[in-house]
Ligand binder design. Structure first.
Ligand SMILES: Cc1cc2nc3c(=O)[nH]c(=O)nc-3n(C[C@H](O)[C@H](O)[C@H](O)COP(=O)(O)OP(=O)(O)OC[C@H]3O[C@@H](n4cnc5c(N)ncnc54)[C@H](O)[C@@H]3O)c2cc1C
Length: 466
């Protein structure tokens, strides 16, 4: 068997990428694993080969700098590689990976999880109609392929992403039918002092707004999408005025970008026993980690949005801090920026997160005939029936109705199901943790996962706590 790496890092975004560079510069043998074809993570996603000549944006520039630095370093970067299981194997961590070749196991003395975030989409009637895509997901379309979600798009959601997506649609030649945001102008005004610590980003936001206003794109503040119409495809989008509780305008459109903030991807950390707690200001359930990535588990470190949504700038700084901490723990010396640099970057990110948190009045737009778990086609009424029959936790709903057992592994339904359990059982959301995570962390063909085995060697897993 191959020698263990010093460090395995899951996730090659700003956090994992910078952790890898710092640790490799300190002389450690580092393997960086990511399911994407190039480093950069969600925010600095690389362009597909077919659009390499497209004009540079601030994101592509930052991503190219990271990609060049990784390429020029001693880091072993395995692209297109899914990490689907991680366990302790004596002194080392054993990671099951599925890359371009046969599945394999790699081992490492230390493990950094830099798994980032995923998007939360509040289910509303018709949200599974073709033509509806995630608001953050839309940025992947623009960055990787320069494609548009449709010809005429309603853009709806919280935080700054809604204005970024709308202005990108216009830049790429599409039409924005309307911007619909649950945020109010007052909420934006309140967040300005925290945003002022990053004047360049603030100025960029000003340019998006100026473009949208010059183009006379309707902006509905304090509104949300209540219903999407269309059988084969989106045809129109109905809005709701949240403060008045009345119907807002309906817009004809062939597509909708819909999102309600980001949620940390904590499954791997949770599976490895890192304690989690609920912090709405950081996007929901977050694992326990220090600013330099250390966790209560020896040899396990976390950084970036996977331990709380603080944005790309903070993720990059925390990646460097974490790479340096692991290097020191493995007996090497490594320079790191002061923690105050991370706190400053995080202040900006937290202001953005505060704007992005889904609001309770948006949750109330989900009706009984709205699909909550799209993999298993379960409506809210199905989940409510399960809760009223005694299922008081996400694990119990999962066991009873298979919600979370489909291909997405619960990534898209669990937040909405937890919110519904909290509402129906009159308990705070902080008492409704996500279900016990199980491998595979990413979808994996059964044959690949099984490999060669002897039935007698199969471990019998403990039953999930209810
Ligand atoms: C869809 C999406 C789009 C976004 N777009 C923007 C944007 O345009 N502008 C902006 O400011 N912020 C954006 N954000 C927020 C932004 O992603 C973060 O603030 C920032 O990227 C955090 O950096 P990170 O390194 O912590 O995580 P990320 O950049 O998310 O990197 C994590 C990486 O880990 C990989 N990964 C996770 N689990 C596994 C696994 N099991 N196996 C293999 N690989 C794995 C992921 O593929 C990803 O590449 C977006 C978020 C999402 C979810």
């Amino acid at each position: 068997m191959a020698d263990p790496y010093d460090i395995a890092i899951v996730g090659a975004g700003p956090a994992g990428g910078n952790a890898a560079l710092t640790a490799a510069n300190a002389g450690l043998r580092v393997v960086l694993l990511d399911e994407q074809p190039a480093a950069g993570g969600q925010v600095w996603r690389g362009k597909a080969a077919s659009i390499l000549s497209a004009p540079m944006t601030p994101e592509t520039k930052a991503g190219d700098a990271l990609r060049h630095a990784i390429h020029a370093s001693e880091v072993t970067h395995l692209t297109d590689t899914r990490v689907w299981d991680i366990r302790r194997d004596g002194e080392n961590w054993a990671l099951q990976i599925l890359g371009k070749d046969a599945p394999e196991q790699i081992t490492a003395k230390a493990l950094i999880l830099a798994t980032g975030a995923r998007e939360y989409v509040q289910p509303v009637k018709g949200w599974t109609t073709p033509g509806v895509i995630g608001l953050a997901g839309a940025t992947a379309l623009f960055k990787q392929t320069l494609s548009l979600p449709g010809k005429k798009t309603v853009v709806s959601g919280t935080g700054p992403l809604v204005f970024f997506v709308a202005s990108e649609i216009r830049r790429l030649g599409g039409t924005v039918a309307a911007i619909v945001t649950p945020n109010t102008r007052t909420e934006w005004a309140r967040s300005l002092p925290a945003m002022a610590v990053q004047p360049k980003l603030l100025a960029r936001g000003g340019i998006w707004m100026a473009d949208l206003m010059l183009a006379q794109v309707p902006i509905l503040w304090g509104h949300a999408v209540a219903e999407v119409s269309g059988d084969e495809h989106v045809t129109s989008v109905q809005t709701r005025n949240l403060s008045k509780g009345t119907d807002g305008p309906t817009f004809d459109a062939d597509s909708l970008c819909l999102g309600n903030g980001l949620v940390p991807q904590i499954e791997a950390a949770q599976m490895l026993g890192v304690p989690i707690h609920h912090d709405p200001a950081l996007g929901g359930w977050v694992p326990e980690a220090q600013p330099d990535g250390a966790t209560p588990t020896d040899g396990l470190y976390l950084c970036g949005d996977g331990c709380g949504i603080r944005g790309a700038l903070a993720a990059g700084v925390q990646g460097t801090l974490t790479g340096a901490r692991v290097a020191r723990d493995l007996g090497k010396s490594a320079a790191a920026p002061p923690v105050s640099k991370w706190r400053r970057a995080a202040r900006f990110g937290r202001a953005m997160t505060a704007l992005s948190i889904p609001k309770p009045d948006v949750e109330s737009l989900t009706t009984d005939d709205t699909i909550l778990c799209r993999c298993e086609s379960l409506k809210r009424a199905d989940i409510r029936a399960e809760i009223s029959s005694g299922a008081a936790s996400t694990n119990a709903v999962k066991s009873g109705r298979r919600a979370g057992m489909g291909p997405c592994g619960g990534k898209y339904c669990q937040s909405a199901i937890a919110a519904l359990i909290a509402k129906e059982t009159s308990r705070p959301i902080a008492e409704i943790p996500p279900p016990t995570p199980r491998p595979p962390l990413r979808p994996v063909p059964l044959g690949e996962a099984a490999g060669d085995f002897n039935y007698d060697d199969l471990p019998i897993p403990k039953p999930a706590p209810l």
